[in-house]
Design a protein. Structure first.
Length: 360
C-alpha cells in the first residue's frame, strides 16, 4: 500500500493515517536498527523556564500536546533517537551579559544530566565522540545556540561556548542581530533585505574553523543565500517548512532548497501545523508533505527531521503525542513510496553525513 513515485519523482500522499499506517511496524524496526536524528528541539528552554526534568518521563495531559511536555530522555529512547539537536535560547531584549549567562546555564544543566546518566546521553564534541556514542547506544546531544545575538557582537565568546559543547550556531532567531537579518520577528532591523554583515561573514568562517555547524533556520533569504554560497562546509537548516507546500515567512523556497543541496547540506522539517499544515488540526501528513517536496526538488540526500518539539508549537500534528511517535512519520514516508534506502537517509543518515564533514 502507498503511493508510487511518478516519472519526475513526485511522491504522493497515500490514503493512510499515522495511527493505522500499514508500514508502522516496518518503521519501528527501522528506528530500532538504523541511525535516527532530529536536528532541533527546545527541551532545554522548557527546563530553564519551567524547571522541566528532561531525564524523567512525562505525559502531556492536554489534547494535541500544545506548547511543551512533548519530549524527555525516556521518550527519546522510545523513538530510537541516536542524535538529538538541542537548541539554546536567550532573549535579545536582555543585556549581552545575561544572554551569555542564560546559554551557559542551559549547557551546565545538560552536563549535569549527562553526568547523572552517563550510559544514556552524552554531548557530541567531535566526529569521534559522535561515533563512539552511537556504537555505545548513547543519545548524542548536538547543542546549538539559536541566534547570534547571544554573542553580543563578541566573536571571542564563540570559543567559550565551544568549550562548553556548542556545535551548531543558528545565525538568527526572531530578531536581527550583528551577524544577519531574520526572516521576520520582533526587534528586527530596518534593513530587511541585507545579507550577512562583516561580523556575520567572520562568524561563518570562525564556525567552520572550529567545527561548529552553520544553521540558517530563521535567516532572511539574502543572508541565507550568501551563507550557502560562502560556506565551504555543509550547512543545515535545523527546523523549517517549505514554501512549495505552505508559503509563509517561516518557510524556505525552492531556490533556497537548491542552494542547500548544492552546498551538500541538509534541511530539517519542523513539525508544527502552523508552519506545515493546511490547518492547525492537520495530522502528520502535513510534515510528510514538506519532506516529500524537498525530496522532489533536491533529492533524498538533503531532507531530515527538525521537529522543534518542546519549542512552544501551538499544537502537535494529530496522531503525534510527542517524540515517542516519531516512527509514525517514518511510516508515512514509506507509505508515500519512498524506498527504504532513502528513508534511512532522511531519518538520520543525512545528518550523520553532514556532521562527519563539519565537526572537528
Amino acid at each position: 500500500m502507498g503511493a508510487t513515485p511518478t516519472a519526475t519523482g513526485a511522491y504522493t500522499e497515500a490514503n493512510t493515517s499515522p495511527e493505522t499506517s500499514p508500514s508502522l511496524e516496518r518503521a519501528r524496526e527501522l528506528h530500532r536498527s538504523c541511525l535516527v536524528a532530529d536536528l532541533h528541539i527546545d527541551i532545554l528552554l522548557t527546563h530553564d523556564l519551567l524547571g522541566y526534568d528532561i531525564a524523567k518521563r512525562h505525559r502531556n495531559m492536554v489534547p494535541r500536546a500544545p506548547l511543551v511536555w512533548q519530549a524527555d530522555l525516556p521518550r527519546f529512547r522510545d523513538a530510537g533517537i541516536d542524535i538529538q539537536g538541542l537548541g539554546l535560547v536567550c532573549s535579545p531584549l536582555s543585556s549581552p551579559r545575561r544572554r551569555a549567562g542564560k546559554i551557559r546555564r542551559q549547557l551546565e544543566y545538560l552536563h549535569r544530566v549527562c553526568d547523572a546518566h552517563p550510559g544514556e546521553i552524552h554531548v557530541i564534541r567531535d566526529r569521534t565522540s559522535m561515533r563512539e556514542g552511537i556504537d555505545a547506544g548513547r543519545i548524542g546531544a548536538f547543542c546549538g545556540i539559536e541566534g547570534a545575538h547571544a554573542l553580543g557582537g563578541r566573536i571571542e565568546l564563540l570559543g567559550m561556548f565551544h568549550e562548553l559543547g556548542v556545535r551548531y550556531m543558528t545565525f538568527a532567531h526572531f530578531s536581527g542581530n550583528e551577524a544577519c537579518e531574520c526572516a521576520m520577528g520582533l526587534g528586527s532591523r530596518s534593513g530587511r533585505d541585507r545579507g550577512l554583515t562583516d561580523f556575520g561573514r567572520a562568524l561563518l568562517a570562525e564556525c567552520e574553523r572550529m567545527g561548529i555547524v552553520v544553521d540558517l533556520a530563521h535567516v532572511n533569504k539574502r543572508g541565507f543565500m550568501e551563507a550557502c554560497a560562502r560556506a565551504e562546509k555543509p550547512v543545515i537548516v535545523s527546523h523549517t517548512g517549505v514554501c512549495g507546500v505552505k508559503k509563509t515567512w517561516r518557510n524556505i523556497d525552492d531556490e533556497q532548497i537548491e542552494a542547500v543541496a548544492k552546498n551538500g547540506g541538509v534541511i530539517g522539517v519542523i513539525f508544527g501545523p502552523q508552519f506545515t499544515g493546511r490547518t492547525w488540526f492537520d495530522d502528520l501528513w502535513c510534515v510528510a508533505r514538506h519532506i516529500l517536496h524537498i525530496v522532489r526538488v533536491a533529492g533524498a540526500d538533503h531532507a531530515a527531521y527538525g521537529s522543534d518539539i518542546d519549542g512552544w508549537l501551538w499544537t502537535m500534528p494529530a496522531g503525534m503525542r510527542g517524540i515517542e511517535d516519531l516512527p509514525r512519520l517514518t511510516a508515512l514516508l514509506l507509505d508515500a513510496g519512498l524506498s527504504e534506502a532513502d528513508v534511512k537517509k532522511i531519518i538520520g543518515g543525512n545528518v550523520a553525513r553532514v556532521l562527519e564533514r563539519t565537526l572537528a
